[in-house]
Structure formats: C-alpha cells, structure tokens
Design a protein around this ligand. Structure first.
Ligand SMILES: [Zn+2]
Length: 291
C-alpha cells in the first residue's frame, strides 16, 4: 500500500511538472528546453515590438507589451515556446521623438536573421513572428522573401491577423468612433488598458493631436519615406481618450483566437517545409528544372 501511494505521488509529480513546463524561453532550464522543443512540435514565437513614442499617454514599450500579450495568451492554450523581449525594429520615422531606440537597418536585419539561425540550431523547425509594430511591415515582407536566398532548415511564418468586423463594431460601440485610429488611437489604447492598465494615462490622451495632417496630399503616384511624418508628426494617429479596457479585451481575444488557430495550423503544416525542400534542391541547378 505504502509503495502504491509512493508510485501515485511520483506519477502525480511527473504529470504536474509536465504541465508546468514553462513556455517563456527565458524560464526554461536547459534539460527542460529540450522537452519544450518536442512539446511545442518544434515551433516557437518571436513576439516583436519596438521602443517608440505612443502618443502622449501610452508607454514606449506598447508594441512590446501587446505582441507578448498575444503570444503568451496563445501559448497558454496551445503550447509553443515564446522568445524574450525583442525590440530590434524598423523605427527611423520616430527618431525625432524622445525615447525612440532606432538601430541601423543592417543591425535589425542581422539581429533577426541570427536569432532565427540560433533558434533553428537549437531544434526549432517552425518559427512564428508575431509583430506588434506597424513600422515593421515593409521590413518583414522583404525579410520573409529573402529567406529564399539560401537553404534554411526552418520555415518562417508571419502571423497576419484579420479584422473581424463584428468584433470591431462591438469594440467601437463601447468607446467612440476614432476617425484616424491608427497609432496609439482608440484600439491600441483600449488593448493596453486591458493588458497593462497601470501604464495607461487616458487622461493625457487629448494633450496632443493625432489628426492626419495630410501634408503630401498634392503628390500623386508617390511613395517616399517621409510619408508617415507628413501625416502624423506627433507620432500619434487617432485619439485614445475614449478608449476602455472592455473594448480592448474584445480586440485582444479576437487576435489571440486567430493566433491559436494559426499555431495549430503551423504545427500540422507539411506543405511549406516540403515546398522549401523541393525549391532549394532545384535552385542548385535551374537548368534541370522541368520546362
Ligand atoms: Zn503601437
């Protein structure tokens, strides 16, 4: 009987420790890391943010907090390993604002590539990027295509959540229409009010203007890097003063449920790894590719 109880306790401690395997990479021991790679089906997430002004009322790390919020909530429900705070992002357009930490384009490229290479060397075969910073979008598109420049032992998947109109309307009904709702506006302020309430100063949201100044409106058929500054020189797009946590919770939940679905699809995916293998094989000798 004594032995049976001991065995039961041993099994219980095994199952508890298995359940408690952390999903934050920095919390794993080295032996547990190896278990986490297997438990995650060799998937991990890099939540990417930046340090930049978010209007007069949100913290510089807003995008870091939000990318991590989505990733951690999703990993809680669908196990995957979440990379630590990552703030090496494209943010040249806010260099005139206090607190912006802007690394060179070369460094942000190398930092991300070497992070992927190291995760791959440590056994992850599917790496998911969750990006919280809109200024990264062009960079991540190019970076993603550039993954085809040489053979990789991993596949890179960039999470691209879609707007759910029903959820957006419910969130808007709880706040107020924000015509320019883009950067530190209604939606982002609401999400931060839900995720990090002590860091949000809604009472200061009206102290600066987030109205689109449209200073390039005479130009047509043009892209130029100063476009964002032309519209939003305060690095504030919208008005966060009517934001609230309830609306933020709805928006976060929607993104997280899409991310959970995406992680499950990525874990099950055999198409991208197979096609990459085939593609890299063919790039060795294009003349042998069937015409
Ligand atoms: Zn932001």
């Amino acid at each position: 009987m004594q032995k049976l109880i001991q065995l039961f306790l041993l099994l219980l401690s095994f199952s508890l420790s298995a359940q408690e395997l952390p999903y934050r990479l920095e919390e794993l021991t080295a032996p547990d890391f190896a278990k986490a790679v297997e438990k995650s089906s060799k998937t991990c997430i890099i939540p990417i943010g930046v340090l930049e002004k978010h209007g007069p009322h949100l913290p510089l790390g807003t995008d870091l907090y939000m990318a991590r919020e989505y990733a951690l909530r999703a990993a809680e429900q669908e196990y995957t390993v979440v990379f630590p705070w990552y703030y090496f992002s494209q943010i040249n357009e806010a260099r005139h604002q206090p607190g912006t930490i802007s690394y060179s384009p070369e460094l942000i490229w190398l930092m991300l590539q070497e992070t992927l290479d190291e995760l791959s060397r440590n056994g992850f075969e599917k790496i998911i990027i969750v990006n919280g910073h809109g200024g990264n979008n062009a960079f991540l598109n190019f970076f993603g295509m550039a993954q085809l420049s040489e053979r990789r032992n991993y596949a890179l998947y960039w999470f691209r959540p879609e707007d759910n109109r029903e959820v957006n309307e419910k969130a808007e009904a709880l706040t107020q229409d924000d015509k320019y709702d883009s950067h530190a506006g209604n939606s982002e302020t609401s999400e931060m009010a839900a995720a990090q309430p002590t860091l949000v100063h809604i009472d200061r949201a009206g102290q600066q203007s987030g109205v689109d100044q449209n200073r390039m409106n005479k130009l047509k058929y043009v892209y130029t890097g100063i476009w964002w500054y032309a519209s939003y020189p305060n690095h504030y797009g919208g008005d966060g003063s009517k934001a609230n946590a309830e609306a933020g919770e709805l928006l976060i939940n929607e993104t997280v449920s899409q991310l959970i679905e995406m992680i499950r699809l990525v874990k099950a995916d055999t198409v991208v790894p197979e096609l990459q293998k085939q593609f890299f094989e063919q790039t060795k000798n294009p003349l042998k590719t069937k015409q």
